[in-house]
Ligand binder design. Structure first.
Ligand code: PLP
Length: 474
């Protein structure tokens, strides 16, 4: 058991571990190779009665934990979306943990509340989000979207849903490509997933605004009440961008809450050349993006902006005696801006990252990732055996193996499923997949903080080698 005065003497054990981890990370299998229950079975069924040394805990960290880690910070982590970190963000997390503040209200750490207010303004003002939006950090985009849907539910029920129960005629709309967190939020909100209307998409997998308007109109005619539309700026499958301007005009016309889920692609709004993605945002009500995906700020950190913070607070405010303060009304008590009472000091890592990189540093890293993606798109098709599915966008490319002479979709789907498995088993890189109009598509995402051209060259080499060996077996 350590006391605070033991810190200096022991900290090197941990720092050395981290330093070694950073040095060896590129030699570790990107995707963990452990079998189900392999880690569990190595952990004793009961905690120790007596204190164990830090050395012995760290030794198990190497023996038991490390093999069970999928290395998200490996530059060849190209699966899902990145959950990238940075040295700066890590340092801030050290400090956050050392301070250990629970930042539920302004009084419980004014610096946390006021830094949060400021860094959210920094983001807003540099991402083309209008100045009348206010920001709050949530743990995840899923939570932020739940907050948006609960707020919309309150507005649609004249603020009676929380007190009297949920009206049974509320409707929520999103495209067929929208993230599953919308389904989850609509279920949790009590609106019911049967009342989540999935709007069809066009050939680039973006929501069709005419279909949205038709669905809203049809619902109104049936006596139902459109409550919320969720537009996606960067869908999970293919980073498709819904036409926000048209969607916003429809929401304005029918007085429906518009929530924008830019969980992944939102970081690119720091690049002026991508700010077209949120044209129409002034008519949206809420917006979320995750610095913990592509802004070098480690999980968890989700930036949520609302146009009318009073409505948000009215939805979530409860005021027990012990939380009444003299500063109420003059400051932001963020416990009222979301679901949990307790809050981590997450603004600190955003502040560290934004100051250490500077806006230009953030922009140049993202542009580099976009350029690496362009490079990947070019070289992957050079052998003639691969094809790009859809259009590469930002740092995403969808592709598949398509040897000449094989045209059957099911055969190709199976082949690509096997290819993905053999790539990921190699431990050299980690990719994930999606299905686009029934076509099994491998997803390449180039967004890990420290990824370089040599990593993409390696990825291409492995993908091609695995494809050759698969073809020779079929
Ligand atoms: N929205 C989109 C478009 C996503 O891609 C994801 C996750 O990848 C989410 C929401 C959920 O994000 P979180 O893990 O922060 O809840």
């Amino acid at each position: 058991m350590l006391e605070r005065q033991d810190f200096r003497e022991n900290v090197d054990v941990v720092l050395d571990w981290i330093e070694k981890y950073f040095k060896e990370i590129e030699s570790l299998p990107v995707k963990s190779k452990v079998a189900p229950k392999e880690v569990y079975n190595q952990i004793p069924g009961a905690p120790p009665l007596k204190s164990e040394s830090l050395q012995s805990i760290m030794s198990d960290m190497d023996k038991i934990i490390k093999p069970g880690i999928t290395h998200w910070q490996h530059p060849n982590f190209h699966a899902y979306f990145p959950g990238n970190s940075s040295v700066e963000s890590l340092f801030a997390e050290f400090l956050t943990a050392a301070i250990g503040a629970q930042c539920m209200i302004w009084d419980t750490s004014p610096a946390a509340a006021e830094l949060e207010e400021r860094v959210m303004e920094w983001l807003r003002d540099n991402m083309a989000i209008p100045g009348n939006f206010e920001g709050v950090i949530q743990d995840s985009a899923s939570s932020a979207t739940l907050v948006a849907i609960l707020t919309a539910r309150e507005v649609s029920s004249d603020f009676t849903a929380t007190t009297k129960g949920i009206p049974n005629n509320l409707r929520v709309y999103c495209s067929t490509e929208t993230h599953s967190s919308i389904d989850k939020a609509v279920g949790i909100s009590g609106i019911g997933t049967d009342n989540l209307v999935k709007i069809p998409v066009d050939d680039v997998l973006a929501m069709q605004p005419e279909a949205l308007e038709a669905a809203i109109k049809a619902d109104i005619e049936k006596g139902l009440k459109p409550s919320c539309v969720v537009a996606a700026i960067g869908t999970t499958g293919t980073v498709a961008v819904d036409p926000l301007k048209e969607i916003a005009a429809i929401c304005k016309k029918y007085k429906v809450w518009l929530h924008v889920d830019a969980a992944y692609a939102g970081s690119a709004l720091l690049l002026p050349e991508y700010q077209w993605m949120i044209e129409g945002i002034e008519d949206a009500d809420s917006f979320v993006f995750n610095p913990h995906k592509w802004m070098f700020t480690n999980f968890d950190c989700s930036a949520y902006f609302v146009k009318d913070a009073d409505i948000l607070i009215r939805t979530f405010e409860v005021l027990p005696e012990y939380l009444k303060t003299k500063t109420r009304g003059q400051v932001n008590d963020y416990r009222d801006w979301g679901i949990p009472l307790g809050r981590r000091f997450r603004a600190l890592k955003l502040w560290f990252v934004m100051r250490s990189y500077g806006l230009e540093g953030l922009q140049s890293k993202m542009r580099k990732h976009i350029a690496l993606n362009d490079y990947f798109g070019k070289v992957i098709i050079e052998s003639g055996d691969f094809e790009i599915i859809g259009k590469p966008f930002l740092n995403f490319t969808g592709f598949r193996l398509k040897p000449s002479g094989i045209d059957d979709t099911e055969v190709l789907n199976k082949l690509n499923e096997e290819l993905l498995e053999s790539i990921n088993k190699s431990g050299e890189l980690f990719l994930s997949h999606t299905k686009i109009n029934g076509v099994y598509t491998l997803r390449m995402i180039i967004g890990q903080t420290y990824v370089e051209q040599k990593h993409i060259e390696k990825a291409v080499k492995v993908i091609k080698e695995k494809a050759v060996s698969l073809k020779s077996h079929t």
